[in-house]
Design a binder for this molecule. Sequence first.
Ligand code: NAG
Ligand code: NAG
Length: 284
Amino acid sequence: MHWHRKSWTWSITLCTLAICLVLSGAQHEPGYCAFYEECGLNPDVGEALIPPKVPCKDYRKAVSVTGDHYQLLESVCPMLAKGDGQTHACCTVKQLIFLKTILTLYKSVLIRCPSCVDNFVHIHCITTCSPNQSQILKITKTANITQPLGNVKEAVTGYETYISTSFSDAAFRSCQNVRIPATGESAIATMCGKYGSTLCTPQRWYDFQGDSSNGLAPLDINFKLLPEGQTAGIPPGAVLFSEKALNCNETTPTGGEACSCQDCVESCPAVPQPGQKTNVIQKN
Ligand SMILES: *[C@@H]1O[C@H](CO)[C@@H](O)[C@H](O)[C@H]1NC(C)=O
Ligand SMILES: *[C@@H]1O[C@H](CO)[C@@H](O)[C@H](O)[C@H]1NC(C)=O
């Protein structure tokens, strides 16, 4: 009786483990990449402003980055270059040059507010280059792409990534009132698809950034914005990205100035609240 129950439990455990391994097939571990190096052009993307270069699916250890590679990482993704000339990352020089091209276009719209730019860049650097890449995302779509030498490689054309709402809300807030330099119009209005500035939300803003039909994104990214501490919706072993986003009235670690009152409500001088006067009158 006793023995029976035990072996039955064991069978279930072993079965569950086997099913889990077969079904997920994905590994999420710190220090490991989910994809690496350029793999060709995304066959699912049609007209695009920038050729949609996609990375190869490649679960591997994060690589050591030094020298020119490190310098480039530092200039494109300063938040990932904290290693004093040496660090580990999941992106090559080619991938960094490509990321820089895309970020430069977005930056031209957000440039008036360095902390907003920093928050914007942070997410795209983390997903493309973090040494913990396999932990913060799950590949959901791939395509076979024939390489110049005739061999075929599996390229990543879609993934989902897990971001804390404390980061996404703060990043959105830091960019919400930024104006486009040339026209003075709302920058976020151009980055929220059909919603414009008034109906834009953090989720809609990230949905646009991860939509490969927007002409800039080379692949589809499903940004899952989740409250900190929540585990539902995150695969076992994966983690929520939950670093702190900058406020628009803050300077950036790379020396960017706090944003002006025109682009950032928190930077505006405090105006006396109408309520304060009333209180004084009532006191007298
Ligand atoms: C990667 O994960 C390790 C272990 O959890 C952590 O110490 C490190 O700060 C992480 N690196 C980045 C860039 O997030
Ligand atoms: C930025 O604004 C917040 C909220 O108004 C305030 O608490 C904080 O002290 C300000 N920070 C700076 C550096 O001015």
